[in-house]
Design a binder for this molecule. Sequence first.
Ligand code: SF4
Length: 166
Amino acid sequence: MDQSIGSASGHFKRSSHTVVSFTSDEGEVRYPANLTWTCIGCANSCRDLPGRKRNILLVPSDTKRISSATKLTAQEFSLSSPGTVPYDRKMKKHKGKCIFLQGSRCSIYRARPLICRFYPFSLRSLSDGTLEVGFDPSCSGIGKGPSRGEKLFHDLVTLARKELGS
Ligand code: SF4
């Protein structure tokens, strides 16, 4: 895994929290300590917000999974996205919202893209091979809910590895 994963806004936010780490099959993973978060179902990551445009990027395995679940062709729900490796496509939007957003619910939840499964977290490789977890501080669920630690970030690293085939 040698690219950044996550962050639907296209910007990786470094954590200002104290950083702790664990060792996975991928090597050392650094993550913010004492971070509390829960999804409050606002769906803000599924639509453009004032001053911030969402780019819902897709890796090839996302496109295949969504096509299989919806019986739509890739061209029907996504556009090509050159220069955004490992993502090669991006979700179509309608009036600034992901075309699969219905009210505040994802209509393809079980088949949703990697970037949606990651949100509000992101992952990037540092030059020494360490993986660093970041998060979007504008997510309304940050600071709420239970403390998130090694298990969540271990699961995210495993998911990214599986989806990227790395
Ligand atoms: S695929 Fe689902 S979770 Fe992802 S942006 Fe669209 S509606 Fe939201």
